[in-house]
Design a protein around this ligand. Structure first.
Ligand SMILES: [Zn+2]
Length: 241
Protein backbone atom coordinates (compact mmCIF):
# COMPACT_ATOMS: atom_id res chain seq x y z
CA UNK A 1 0.00 0.00 0.00
CA UNK A 2 1.85 3.12 -1.17
CA UNK A 3 1.52 6.25 0.95
CA UNK A 4 0.63 9.39 -1.01
CA UNK A 5 0.53 13.02 -0.05
CA UNK A 6 -1.25 15.95 -1.67
CA UNK A 7 -2.65 19.36 -0.86
CA UNK A 8 -6.42 19.18 -0.91
CA UNK A 9 -9.66 21.03 -0.41
CA UNK A 10 -12.17 19.19 1.75
CA UNK A 11 -15.59 18.90 0.12
CA UNK A 12 -17.91 16.83 2.30
CA UNK A 13 -17.85 14.31 5.08
CA UNK A 14 -20.32 11.57 5.97
CA UNK A 15 -20.51 9.59 9.21
CA UNK A 16 -19.35 6.00 8.97
CA UNK A 17 -20.25 3.81 11.91
CA UNK A 18 -19.73 5.10 15.43
CA UNK A 19 -16.28 6.60 15.10
CA UNK A 20 -15.26 7.12 11.48
CA UNK A 21 -15.98 9.45 8.62
CA UNK A 22 -15.98 9.18 4.86
CA UNK A 23 -14.38 12.29 3.40
CA UNK A 24 -14.76 13.58 -0.16
CA UNK A 25 -11.73 15.71 -0.94
CA UNK A 26 -10.28 17.42 -4.00
CA UNK A 27 -6.53 16.90 -4.20
CA UNK A 28 -4.25 18.97 -6.33
CA UNK A 29 -2.27 15.95 -7.58
CA UNK A 30 -4.84 13.16 -7.84
CA UNK A 31 -8.15 14.95 -8.39
CA UNK A 32 -11.28 14.18 -6.40
CA UNK A 33 -11.01 11.23 -4.00
CA UNK A 34 -13.06 9.63 -1.26
CA UNK A 35 -11.45 8.18 1.80
CA UNK A 36 -12.05 6.87 5.30
CA UNK A 37 -10.76 8.84 8.28
CA UNK A 38 -10.66 6.48 11.24
CA UNK A 39 -11.73 8.01 14.52
CA UNK A 40 -12.80 11.32 12.93
CA UNK A 41 -16.21 11.20 14.64
CA UNK A 42 -14.74 11.02 18.12
CA UNK A 43 -14.94 14.21 20.18
CA UNK A 44 -11.21 14.48 20.49
CA UNK A 45 -9.66 13.36 17.24
CA UNK A 46 -6.36 14.01 15.57
CA UNK A 47 -7.91 15.72 12.52
CA UNK A 48 -9.45 18.81 14.15
CA UNK A 49 -10.81 21.29 11.57
CA UNK A 50 -8.56 19.90 8.83
CA UNK A 51 -11.47 17.76 7.60
CA UNK A 52 -14.11 20.52 7.70
CA UNK A 53 -15.63 21.53 4.34
CA UNK A 54 -13.40 23.99 2.42
CA UNK A 55 -10.40 23.40 4.70
CA UNK A 56 -7.15 23.56 2.75
CA UNK A 57 -5.21 20.61 4.13
CA UNK A 58 -2.26 18.43 3.26
CA UNK A 59 -3.48 14.87 3.31
CA UNK A 60 -1.43 11.70 3.65
CA UNK A 61 -3.33 8.64 2.49
CA UNK A 62 -2.98 5.01 1.49
CA UNK A 63 -4.43 3.52 -1.65
CA UNK A 64 -5.94 0.12 -1.07
CA UNK A 65 -5.96 -2.36 -3.90
CA UNK A 66 -9.42 -2.90 -5.43
CA UNK A 67 -10.90 -0.22 -3.19
CA UNK A 68 -12.49 3.02 -4.31
CA UNK A 69 -11.98 4.49 -0.88
CA UNK A 70 -8.47 5.48 0.20
CA UNK A 71 -7.45 5.44 3.88
CA UNK A 72 -6.60 8.84 5.34
CA UNK A 73 -3.51 8.42 7.46
CA UNK A 74 -2.91 11.96 8.68
CA UNK A 75 -3.64 15.58 7.81
CA UNK A 76 -2.01 18.93 8.23
CA UNK A 77 -4.14 22.09 8.18
CA UNK A 78 -2.72 24.66 5.73
CA UNK A 79 -5.54 27.19 5.83
CA UNK A 80 -8.50 27.11 8.17
CA UNK A 81 -11.95 27.37 6.58
CA UNK A 82 -13.47 28.97 9.68
CA UNK A 83 -13.26 32.58 8.38
CA UNK A 84 -15.45 31.55 5.47
CA UNK A 85 -18.23 30.47 7.80
CA UNK A 86 -18.34 33.60 9.93
CA UNK A 87 -21.40 35.03 8.32
CA UNK A 88 -24.50 33.47 6.88
CA UNK A 89 -24.27 34.67 3.26
CA UNK A 90 -20.65 33.62 2.90
CA UNK A 91 -21.35 30.25 4.46
CA UNK A 92 -24.19 29.64 2.02
CA UNK A 93 -22.02 30.63 -0.96
CA UNK A 94 -19.20 28.37 0.24
CA UNK A 95 -21.72 25.53 0.49
CA UNK A 96 -22.65 26.24 -3.12
CA UNK A 97 -18.97 26.07 -4.20
CA UNK A 98 -18.56 22.71 -2.49
CA UNK A 99 -21.73 21.43 -4.14
CA UNK A 100 -20.56 22.48 -7.62
CA UNK A 101 -17.12 20.93 -7.13
CA UNK A 102 -18.63 17.70 -5.93
CA UNK A 103 -20.92 17.59 -8.94
CA UNK A 104 -18.63 18.88 -11.72
CA UNK A 105 -15.30 17.28 -10.87
CA UNK A 106 -14.66 13.81 -12.25
CA UNK A 107 -13.22 11.25 -9.81
CA UNK A 108 -9.45 10.82 -9.76
CA UNK A 109 -8.56 13.36 -12.42
CA UNK A 110 -6.22 16.22 -11.47
CA UNK A 111 -7.71 19.63 -12.34
CA UNK A 112 -5.09 22.13 -11.34
CA UNK A 113 -6.82 25.23 -12.81
CA UNK A 114 -9.98 24.42 -10.81
CA UNK A 115 -7.88 23.90 -7.68
CA UNK A 116 -6.30 27.34 -8.13
CA UNK A 117 -9.73 28.88 -8.85
CA UNK A 118 -11.15 27.58 -5.56
CA UNK A 119 -8.19 28.84 -3.54
CA UNK A 120 -8.33 32.23 -5.26
CA UNK A 121 -12.08 32.57 -4.64
CA UNK A 122 -11.67 31.65 -0.96
CA UNK A 123 -8.89 34.21 -0.51
CA UNK A 124 -10.88 36.92 -2.31
CA UNK A 125 -13.86 36.31 0.00
CA UNK A 126 -11.62 36.61 3.03
CA UNK A 127 -10.27 39.88 1.63
CA UNK A 128 -13.72 41.35 1.34
CA UNK A 129 -14.70 40.66 -2.27
CA UNK A 130 -18.49 40.86 -2.57
CA UNK A 131 -20.23 37.49 -2.57
CA UNK A 132 -22.21 38.44 -5.65
CA UNK A 133 -19.06 39.15 -7.64
CA UNK A 134 -17.10 36.19 -6.30
CA UNK A 135 -20.02 33.94 -7.14
CA UNK A 136 -20.27 35.23 -10.72
CA UNK A 137 -16.50 34.90 -11.16
CA UNK A 138 -16.34 31.40 -9.73
CA UNK A 139 -19.29 30.07 -11.71
CA UNK A 140 -18.11 31.41 -15.03
CA UNK A 141 -14.63 29.94 -14.65
CA UNK A 142 -15.96 26.66 -13.27
CA UNK A 143 -18.35 26.29 -16.21
CA UNK A 144 -15.65 27.34 -18.65
CA UNK A 145 -13.12 24.87 -17.26
CA UNK A 146 -15.78 22.16 -17.42
CA UNK A 147 -16.28 23.05 -21.09
CA UNK A 148 -19.92 24.08 -20.79
CA UNK A 149 -19.67 27.85 -20.97
CA UNK A 150 -20.39 28.98 -24.55
CA UNK A 151 -17.90 31.15 -26.39
CA UNK A 152 -19.58 34.55 -26.28
CA UNK A 153 -16.91 36.07 -28.51
CA UNK A 154 -17.45 33.98 -31.64
CA UNK A 155 -20.47 33.62 -33.92
CA UNK A 156 -21.62 29.99 -34.04
CA UNK A 157 -22.93 30.47 -37.60
CA UNK A 158 -20.14 32.29 -39.47
CA UNK A 159 -17.35 31.61 -36.91
CA UNK A 160 -16.37 35.27 -36.93
CA UNK A 161 -14.62 36.61 -33.80
CA UNK A 162 -16.76 39.30 -32.19
CA UNK A 163 -15.53 42.58 -30.80
CA UNK A 164 -16.57 43.59 -27.32
CA UNK A 165 -18.96 46.34 -28.42
CA UNK A 166 -20.70 44.30 -31.14
CA UNK A 167 -24.30 43.28 -30.75
CA UNK A 168 -24.89 39.52 -30.35
CA UNK A 169 -27.70 37.05 -29.67
CA UNK A 170 -28.07 33.77 -27.82
CA UNK A 171 -29.54 30.97 -29.92
CA UNK A 172 -32.42 28.90 -28.45
CA UNK A 173 -30.96 26.61 -25.79
CA UNK A 174 -28.66 29.49 -24.78
CA UNK A 175 -25.55 27.54 -25.74
CA UNK A 176 -24.43 29.32 -28.88
CA UNK A 177 -24.00 32.92 -29.97
CA UNK A 178 -25.13 34.46 -33.26
CA UNK A 179 -23.74 37.71 -34.62
CA UNK A 180 -25.68 40.68 -35.91
CA UNK A 181 -25.05 39.88 -39.59
CA UNK A 182 -26.20 36.24 -39.45
CA UNK A 183 -29.88 35.26 -39.16
CA UNK A 184 -30.62 35.85 -35.49
CA UNK A 185 -34.42 36.03 -35.61
CA UNK A 186 -34.75 33.04 -33.24
CA UNK A 187 -32.19 34.42 -30.77
CA UNK A 188 -32.40 36.74 -27.78
CA UNK A 189 -30.23 39.84 -27.46
CA UNK A 190 -27.35 39.85 -24.96
CA UNK A 191 -26.89 43.00 -22.86
CA UNK A 192 -23.70 44.95 -23.56
CA UNK A 193 -23.06 44.87 -19.80
CA UNK A 194 -22.96 41.08 -19.83
CA UNK A 195 -20.14 41.13 -22.38
CA UNK A 196 -18.31 43.87 -20.53
CA UNK A 197 -18.45 41.97 -17.25
CA UNK A 198 -17.53 38.69 -18.89
CA UNK A 199 -14.48 40.26 -20.57
CA UNK A 200 -13.29 41.56 -17.22
CA UNK A 201 -13.76 38.16 -15.58
CA UNK A 202 -11.90 36.33 -18.35
CA UNK A 203 -8.98 38.80 -18.30
CA UNK A 204 -8.49 39.48 -14.59
CA UNK A 205 -7.58 37.47 -11.57
CA UNK A 206 -9.57 37.85 -8.39
CA UNK A 207 -6.49 38.67 -6.39
CA UNK A 208 -4.82 41.40 -4.44
CA UNK A 209 -2.33 43.45 -6.42
CA UNK A 210 1.04 44.98 -5.44
CA UNK A 211 -0.75 47.71 -3.48
CA UNK A 212 -2.46 45.09 -1.32
CA UNK A 213 -5.91 45.72 -2.77
CA UNK A 214 -8.26 43.56 -4.76
CA UNK A 215 -8.30 44.67 -8.40
CA UNK A 216 -11.31 47.03 -8.71
CA UNK A 217 -14.23 45.10 -10.10
CA UNK A 218 -16.65 46.64 -12.56
CA UNK A 219 -20.01 47.62 -11.11
CA UNK A 220 -22.51 46.34 -13.63
CA UNK A 221 -25.63 45.34 -11.75
CA UNK A 222 -27.74 44.37 -14.75
CA UNK A 223 -24.85 42.46 -16.31
CA UNK A 224 -24.31 40.63 -13.06
CA UNK A 225 -27.98 39.71 -12.75
CA UNK A 226 -28.12 38.39 -16.31
CA UNK A 227 -24.90 36.43 -16.03
CA UNK A 228 -26.07 34.95 -12.74
CA UNK A 229 -29.25 33.78 -14.44
CA UNK A 230 -27.32 32.27 -17.34
CA UNK A 231 -24.88 30.55 -15.00
CA UNK A 232 -27.73 28.90 -13.10
CA UNK A 233 -29.23 27.75 -16.41
CA UNK A 234 -25.92 26.22 -17.53
CA UNK A 235 -25.34 24.59 -14.15
CA UNK A 236 -28.78 22.93 -14.33
CA UNK A 237 -28.32 22.02 -17.94
CA UNK A 238 -24.97 20.39 -17.22
CA UNK A 239 -26.32 18.41 -14.28
CA UNK A 240 -29.08 16.95 -16.41
CA UNK A 241 -26.77 15.59 -19.08
ZN1 LIG B 1 -22.21 35.35 -37.79
Amino acid sequence: MPLHQSDAIILKTYPLGEADRIVAFFTRDFGKLRGVANGARRMKNRFGVSLEPMAHSRIMFFEKENHDLVRIQSTELLDSPMKLFEDYDRAVFVGHIVELLDRFLPEREPQDPVFRLVRMTARALEQGCSIEFASCYFEIWMLRLAGVFPDMFACSVCSRRLQMEEERFLAPGLQAVICNTCDHRSGVGVLAEVIELLSWILKNRLEIDETGKLAPQPVLAAGMRNLHGLNQYWIRNYSER
